[in-house]
Design a protein around this ligand. Sequence first.
Ligand code: AMP
Length: 113
Amino acid sequence: MSDCIFCKIVAGEIPSNRVWEDDRVLAFRDLNPMAPTHVLVVPKKHIANLAEAGQLADEDLAACLRGCAKVAELEGLTQGFRVVSNCGPHACQSVQHLHFHVLGGKQLSEKMD
Ligand code: AMP
């Protein structure tokens, strides 16, 4: 997607603070962190969000979840972490490229909304 900011980050056209990547997934630090560790894990192939998961290969979806676990390991989140994927307007999704927020490094709120 030529006008997608996360596709441009994947392509290296926009700078990012990369944490980890493999052939299917890129993980980079969120510009506006909400926790001591706040990393975004994105598939290198573009889909808008989880509602379009059927358009992504199972291997890419699995790689995203493994990528979240890898980020948690690399960031030393031994006390736990949270993974969030906002999907659509009710969830306040602001970037229309599937991404998983990996949050940790402090005691997170019990609230989920
Ligand atoms: P969401 O609101 O779930 O769509 O999350 C999008 C996230 O992308 C927000 O937390 C933003 O801070 C983050 N973000 C937007 N642009 C960039 C960027 N260029 N580099 C890193 N994070 C970004």
